[in-house]
Design a protein around this ligand. Sequence first.
Ligand SMILES: [Zn+2]
Length: 291
Amino acid sequence: MSERKVLTKYYPPEFDPSKITRTPKHLRPTGPKTIPVRLMAPYSMKCTSCGEYIYKGRKFNARKETTEEKYLNISIYRFYIRCTRCSSEITFKTDPKNMDYTSERGAKRNFESWRNPESAELQETDEDRLDRLAREEADEEENAERNAMEELEDKMEENALDEIMQRNARIERGEKGGKEEEALAQVRDVAKEQRDAQEREDAEAARRAFEVAKAQQAKPEEEVEAEYQAPKALETDRSMQPPPSFEKVKRAKKPLVPGLVRKTEPPPPAPVAVQVKPAGLGLGDYDSDDD
Ligand SMILES: [Zn+2]
């Protein structure tokens, strides 16, 4: 282990120290001096030799070199990094003018919309910007007016829809109210006529039946015979005239409107005044709901 640190060196016999010329430090050739630094990629880039993407913020052991270039007496530095996949050298420089970095070799900087030199945003001058802002403000005022109109129209449509839905719900529940009252009144009139006709028919049948009964009482000697013949006579009568029987009165009637139960006396016409509601506002019926 003593030889680990070399304390003595072998000098061959022909060694001549005078032949070694020692140049002063400031005269020695100075190449580009690089300093190893640790940095993060300042922008996303793509390696030109292998296509690997190197994203902004990736950390590298880099070499930093001070170039001869300057911007307003600010030194411009060059950095050397290596591709993470193919280890080819990538260089980029600082760009103090734009407070940015410029890609130099080995990689292509990725597209960044805010840097696109052709973009209108970057080419816009201060005058243009002022004009644009004034224009946008005018547009906004116009839009506000139009939006208010649209909002009003929307509200009206909404109200109409609401009204229709309420009416449908009422009809489904079999309640009265609103404009369907007129339709129901029409149906009720027809039903009333039918019922009146039925009553007239029944009265006629009853009168005839009483006449038959009176005629049978007038001939008591034929009473027994009549008992058996009466149905026959009625049947023969039925072919010519409506049957004088009360059984026909009990005719099953179908409900006119399913779920609508009609009372014996048709209710007085619905008070139309109650149904009056503010035009265009379909919310006036909430208080008239029974449930
Ligand atoms: Zn590469």
